[in-house]
Design a protein around this ligand. Sequence first.
Ligand code: ZN
Length: 233
Amino acid sequence: MIYALRCNVGHMVDLTQLASNLGVSEGILLIIAAVAIVLGITLAFIGKKLWKRIMSMIGGLLGASLGFVIGLSLGGELAALILTVIGGILGSLLFAKIVEVALAILCGALAFGVVFLLTGSLLAGGIIAVVAFVICFLFVEKVVGILMAIAGALLAGVGLMLLGLGTELAAIVSLVIMVAGAIVQTLFIPDKKKKTAMAPACKNCPGTMVRDAATGGWYCPNCGAIEPVEPTS
Ligand SMILES: [Zn+2]
């Protein structure tokens, strides 16, 4: 497929030619293109909201298959069955966190690479790497939003090319989706972490409550009202 696309760089992708190269009918190619465009645009604009669910699905599948293989090698079918269930649950619970940490490590490694290449200093690279890791981890939802916008826009661009749009035009549309998606996801979709940490307004006066470190609940510096710890997270 990459070969077929590369042959057509700079002008329209010949659908009939591509379909016969891939050994599928044009109809199927059109369906794939439509799915790629819809999925790509969805990911580009609201991928951040779906990301946890996608990651826990992938993690569940990985954990289940790992559990199955380990169980089978340990003690036959029953062990495999039990470990598949346990692995699936653990995988879906942990994977999103693991990927968040992995993303932050990747940010740190990239920052280290760039700084080390520019300055040749291990120390400077190391310091920047730690800073990049922390920033990336704190703002992981923003990073995910931007990554989703890039991935979704590329997917939609490939779909548009398959539909017969010229490569330049597909690239331009893809770039527009990428920028718009990144803006929407970073500025207009609130981060989950921020939402839960947002301070409530005081019920007795116009003041805003602050966290009381001693009790973990809310406290109004204006009138002294106290709000106990909320039951949900
Ligand atoms: Zn108050």
